[in-house]
Design a protein around this ligand. Structure first.
Ligand code: ADP
Ligand code: ZN
Ligand code: ZN
Length: 766
């Protein structure tokens, strides 16, 4: 073994983001490998710091008397063995650092998320005590008494006699008092379990595999065949030389059988001795979906989500490492589950924005998943009812496979969709927020005892200005995104910084109704109560869900039909099925169109399509009313027709015209400092250096102020770069990193007071 270990110190500062040489003492020789976590003395005081071994060398520039020794290796608790996979994580971190621009230390921390250990804590679970017949008798009584929560719990327990507490209260929406009632009646007990807790105990196949439809079977067979071919092709490939993994996109509405396909693919891969990572955005992971996986894979599946404590999460990683499970279900971070050799990664709802990590490294889960698949020789499967433009574009280019699932298998007819032009309502003298049609329909549902959902689309909303009489919206002439109204009364573009004074009258129609849209859910709730005094109304938004568990409480109250109307923001359109809902009203459908970024139309289409899909899940056909000032906008038109293809064609034309992703790539260089002057000077300096390099096809926009000029005490500036070639952007990033690193050495200055971050193909504006 070479004499010196090259150690990356776990401090995220670019000036320190290089390997430092350390001697490996004899007693640690056997344990220090590439990727090992070690403690080393660092700096003047020789404080012990955590570090990652990046490699080894026989020589060093450091004078012999100055070289220090590694103090110890960090044995992650509970018998983790580092040797087997540490090199893998090192390579993955290096890939992320290069692609997204972060320090090596931060990248290591991200990919080693699973190495965190927590203290051992106990977990509660609920066990059915009675036999099935007695339980069924109790169930009957609860149903008669309309004690729906108790009945729901008992019904699940009849399927699976032991359920984790957290799943019951959070996913099944059963309150603690309902659980206690069953406990007092002697029907269940609440017990505590310890150590490497398995969130569920269900024996496999209470549900035997159903027969797949021909369309489903074709997908499963193709993906598995891809996998098998891939194994042959990848045999003996050197690290870094592995062939690109097969990627498939399943485009199918909710209820078209995607989950069933995922399960079959995962079965096939597990039968080949490999493991599966199943990513689902936390907000869409329903209890029913979880139970389907449990009933197929029993104890071999586990779930990680934010309701687990750190210790419980660490247990799941540990079970994965020990090979006790084959399938992990979870959000973004489950990607880093330390499986021996995953064979498939599935990303459900692949268009969801929660798949973009918004702290350094600002990675896109799809891309990292593909890289992991490449390194492990795995396949990647994406699924969505409204695929991201990125994925659909790649499918059109022939880079990835596209499958369609067209029918809804859940039954239920597609809803009738009506688009209401709110400008016409205004002309008729209706100044309220409800159109005549929506008003009538709500009243009708109240009379018939059916439920309605009212969705206020405020996503991406950033104080845009529009005309209520003709629908005109103030946009940037250069970037074609909405201008935002700032506190000083000016209209500003968040990409290029273009600025103008506010309009007093509409430049299109002369009306004086040019206003900044304000959409408070609370105000709307008040107005609704006034209009429908007898209706039982629930509101769900950031304010009413701040307390832990309140989100679940509202959903559970609505699903047990304790309210007539659920009013809320985008939170209410995800995942959950309410068969009692026969009307969905979309208020201010346009609001998200005026987001200050290029994804505004895509976001709107996705939200409206999802929201419309909430209606008519039960036996009755549903109604959807879309209220808008721009009925002709393509995002609204195609959403009303549930026409993804139509939307895609118009949207991709817009992206092509303005060189936005996926047609081109974009990099946001985000510059922050406590000193406004320093941030601006750094930004200008960066622009200058980039201009000098003058790369072909590179477009440099800005610097401009961030959409928040100042946030958490820091002044913010941003430069946007566009190029058809991702590599061009990477080389610009490298250049900026070099500037910064050089500046941090003695004699530098400007970058010492500033922090520079990178965001590739950004999802949110800075
Ligand atoms: P998605 O994931 O696209 O929403 P699911 O896989 O959940 O769709 O399927 C929707 C419903 O149809 C589920 O209740 C599922 O059990 C059922 N289902 C799926 N595939 C089949 C099939 N081949 N035969 C019968 N029912 C099916
Ligand atoms: Zn107008
Ligand atoms: Zn602009």
């Amino acid at each position: 073994m070479e004499k010196y270990a090259l150690v990356i110190i776990d401090i995220s500062r670019r000036g320190l983001d290089r390997p430092f040489s350390y001697l490996v003492p004899d007693n640690l020789r056997d344990r220090v490998r590439a990727g090992s976590i070690v403690m080393v003395p660092f700096g003047k005081g020789n404080t012990l710091r955590k570090g990652y071994v990046a490699g080894f060398s026989d020589s060093t520039d450091v004078p012999a008397e100055k070289i220090k020794e590694i103090a110890e290796t960090v044995e992650p608790a509970r018998g983790y063995t580092l040797e087997d996979d540490s090199e893998f994580y090192l390579r993955l971190a290096a890939w992320m650092k290069n692609r997204y621009g972060s320090t090596m230390a931060t990248a290591m921390r991200t990919v080693l998320a699973s190495r965190k250990t927590g203290t051992i804590r106990e977990r509660r679970q609920i066990r059915l005590l009675t036999d099935r017949e007695e339980a069924a008798r109790h169930l009957e009584v609860y149903e008669k008494k309309h004690q729906t929560a108790r009945a729901r719990l008992l019904r699940e327990l009849l399927d699976a006699p032991v359920l984790p507490w957290s799943l019951v209260t959070e996913r099944l929406h059963v309150s603690a008092s309902a659980v206690n009632a069953l406990k007092r009646a002697g029907i269940i007990e609440v017990e505590k379990v310890q150590e490497l807790r398995n969130p569920v105990h269900v024996s496999p196949s209470t549900q035997t595999g159903m027969e797949l439809s021909p369309a489903q079977r074709r997908i499963v067979e193709t993906v598995i065949a891809d996998f098998d071919r891939m194994q042959k092709a990848g045999e003996g490939a050197a690290p870094g030389e592995e062939p690109a993994p097969p990627v498939s996109l399943i485009h199918g509405v909710t209820g078209s059988g995607k989950t069933e396909v995922y399960i079959s693919i995962i079965r096939g891969i597990c039968a080949r001795g490999r493991q599966a990572i199943m990513l689902i955005p936390e907000i869409s992971l329903t209890f029913q979906t979880l139970m389907r996986f449990y009933s197929h894979f029993g104890d071999r599946v586990s779930v990680v989500n934010s309701s687990l404590s750190e210790a419980e999460r660490a247990d799941q990683w540990e079970r994965a490492r020990r090979g006790e499970i084959d399938v992990i279900i979870g959000p973004r971070s489950a990607l880093f589950t330390p499986f021996a050799k995953p064979g498939v990664i599935v990303i459900d709802e692949e268009h969801e924005h929660s798949y973009k990590n918004e702290s350094m490294p600002k990675y896109q889960t799809r891309e990292v998943a593909e890289q992991i698949a490449r390194m492990h020789g795995a396949v990647l499967v994406l699924g969505s009812a409204t695929p991201s433009l990125e994925s659909y574009w790649r499918a059109q280019q022939g880079e990835i496979r596209l499958f369609r699932l067209q029918e809804r298998l859940t039954g239920g007819t597609l809803p009738r969709v009506e688009t209401v032009d709110m400008r016409a309502e205004l002309q008729r003298g209706n100044k309220s927020m409800l159109s005549a049609s929506l008003y009538e329909k709500i009243e009708d549902r109240l009379r018939r005892g059916q439920q309605s959902m009212l969705f206020i689309n405020r996503r991406g909303y950033a104080g845009f200005v529009s005309c209520r009489s003709c629908g005109f919206v103030a946009k940037c002439p250069h970037c074609d995104v909405s201008l935002s109204l700032h506190g000083n009364g000016r209209l500003v573009c968040h990409y290029c910084g273009y600025e103008r004074s506010a309009f007093r009258t509409c430049p299109e129609c002369g009306s004086r109704y040019v206003l900044a849209m304000r959409a408070g859910t609370e105000k709307i709730e008040d107005a609704l109560r006034e209009t429908f005094p007898t209706a039982r109304i629930l509101r769900m938004d950031a304010d009413t869900t701040r307390r832990k568990g309140s989100y679940e409480k509202i959903l559970s109250a609505f699903s047990s039909e304790e309210a007539d109307i659920l009013l809320g923001t985008q939170m209410i359109v995800k995942g959950h099925d309410f068969p009692g809902v026969t009307l969905v009203g979309i208020l201010m459908a346009d609001l998200s169109l005026y987001g200050d970024d290029y994804r505004a139309a895509e976001r709107t289409f996705q939200l409206l399509t999802q929201a419309a899909g909430r209606a008519g899940r039960g036996t009755e056909a549903g109604d959807v009313v879309i209220q808008t000032y721009q009925p002709d906008h393509y995002a609204i038109r195609h959403a009303a027709n549930q026409d993804y293809e139509g939307f895609y064609r118009e949207e991709i034309a817009y992206r092509r015209l303005l060189r936005y992703p996926p047609v081109a790539h974009m990099m946001a260089v985000q510059i922050q400092s406590e000193e406004e002057d320093a941030a601006l000077r750094a930004a200008n300096e960066i622009r200058l250096v980039l201009m000098k390099k003058n790369r072909a096809g590179l477009q440099i926009i800005g610097p401009s102020e961030g959409s928040y000029r100042k946030l958490r005490g820091l002044f913010r500036f941003v430069i946007y770069l566009k190029s058809e070639k991702y590599d061009t952007l990477i080389s610009c990033k490298d250049l900026i990193e070099e500037m910064e690193a050089a500046d941090r050495r003695p004699g530098g200055g400007l970058f010492r007071q500033t922090e520079v971050q990178f965001d590739f193909d950004p999802v949110n504006t800075f």
